[in-house]
Design a protein around this ligand. Structure first.
Ligand code: PLP
Length: 423
């Protein structure tokens, strides 16, 4: 049997209708912004392999640090034990978020969100308060576990589980023109309910279609919430690690969230690891002689040293000047492309936040992930050896920062050609 035949036989792929999906592409190796198929054709990874890769694939510096760590300490139980890579990661990461004091480990974005929600709920519980209402944005995506699904938008993916998901209050995403609607809905919820927390993707809603909104209105939301001791949870799983042009999207804000979740770019895109970081105030509510106030949460691989070593290596690379130069170069390049296509008759809502550029392809059918223009666009780009995964009719580019000008140009050109050739 070929690899692909064996794949058919043994593997169930994520977010994939296995009946109708074509055969997957076998990837044998990768380097920089390129992944190579079995015939060694290079494919430009313009979505950073589901938004995780930041420094390029198979980066030798990160690989070497992982190798060294594997030979030193691969894993150890993290309750009652600790190790230097975890401690150093806490110290270095929190220096980018000086308003936060503690890091708590888990393994992926969804569990980082679960931890954030549980921290917020137990924070109030430990203080003897009955505050359980959770607020989230419409159209949000926070992951695929039950808590994360519950705070996600009502997008049709989770219908089979809906009955068992918990109730939350949703407010409109404060995109330009919707600010006052969002704020007044928030006001009325804050007035009527004992609100525990609010969770949001700061500045860019990723899976919901790269929906962007400015920092000013989020500052106002956070201010209103903090007045009522509503815990503000920033889900930076996608926006972290310079996607928005700064280390974290919240670095664009004047206000400071109480809890921050991060994962995707954390290990440079090499290993699954996530963090939920919180303020001293939240942490303090769990300190007690009463054992029932403990945060009883943990995963087998909590604080995995290899993941920590990869994250530290990724931070090393961010702290080198040429990475920041690359980020600036990608941002400027996107800006130029954005101006070029802004008024294209077949595009709407061309938008950019830092290294992410997105645009809506105009269609006659209603917009959704299930929109089949999505499949035609995906196939069109793949045919040109470019990996772009449109979200419905939303085409976006979110590249590893090491992508070359020439590779970026090829992606832009493919989008321009698609505009002429696909409707
Ligand atoms: C991807 C994502 C998640 C879920 O992360 P996983 O690692 O896929 O579980 C949560 N929140 C946001 C904003 C994301 O983009």
């Amino acid at each position: 049997m070929t690899w692909i035949e064996k794949d058919r036989k043994y593997i169930w792929h994520p977010f994939t209708q296995m009946k109708t999906a074509g055969p997957p592409i076998l990837i044998k190796r990768a380097s920089g912004a390129l992944i190579y198929d079995e015939h060694d054709n290079p494919i430009i990874d313009a979505v950073s392999s589901w938004w995780v890769n930041v420094h390029g694939h198979a980066h030798p510096y990160i690989a070497n640090k992982i190798h060294q760590q594997l030979l030193t300490l691969e894993h150890v139980i993290f309750a009652g034990f600790t190790h230097p890579p975890a401690i150093e990661l806490g110290e270095r990461l929190l220096s980018y978020l000086p308003h936060l004091s503690k890091i708590f480990f888990s393994d992926n974005g969804s569990t980082a969100v679960e931890v954030g929600l549980k921290m917020a709920l137990q924070y109030h519980y430990n203080l003897g308060r009955e505050k359980t209402t959770i607020i989230a944005f419409e159209n949000a995506y926070h992951g695929d576990t039950f808590g994360a699904m519950s705070v996600g938008g009502d997008d049709g993916f989770n219908d089979p589980f809906k009955k068992l998901m918990f109730d939350i209050k949703r407010i409109p995403t404060p995109v330009p023109g919707k600010e006052s609607e969002c704020l007044s809905k928030l006001d009325s919820i804050l007035e009527q309910e004992d609100v525990c927390c609010i969770i949001f993707e700061p500045l860019v809603q990723g899976a919901g279609g790269m929906v962007m909104y400015p920092p000013g209105v989020l500052d106002e939301i956070i201010r209103k919430c903090k007045e009522k001791d509503v815990v503000c949870i920033a889900d930076e799983v996608m926006t972290g690690f310079y996607r928005t042009g700064k280390m974290f999207a919240q670095n664009h804000l004047a206000e400071t969230p109480d809890i921050t979740c991060m994962s995707k770019g954390l290990t440079g895109g090499t290993l699954p690891l996530s963090l939920t970081c919180c303020t001293q105030k939240i942490y303090d509510a769990f300190l007690s002689d009463d054992k029932s106030k403990t945060f009883f949460h943990g995963h087998s691989f909590t604080g995995n040293p290899i993941g920590c070593a990869a994250s530290l290596a990724s931070l090393d690379l961010f702290e080198q000047e040429n990475t920041l130069d690359n980020i600036k170069r990608v941002i400027e390049s996107h800006e130029k492309f954005r101006k070029e296509i802004e008024d294209h008759p077949k595009l709407e809502n061309v938008r950019q936040q830092g290294t992410i550029i997105a645009m809506d392809f105009k269609t006659s059918s209603p917009t959704s992930y299930f929109n089949n223009i999505r499949d035609r666009l995906y196939d069109y780009f793949m045919d040109k050896n470019i990996l772009l995964r449109p979200l419905g009719n939303v085409v976006y580019i979110m590249p590893p920062y090491c992508i070359t000008d020439k590779q970026l140009e090829k992606v832009y050109q493919a989008i321009l050609n698609a505009l002429n050739e696909i409707d």
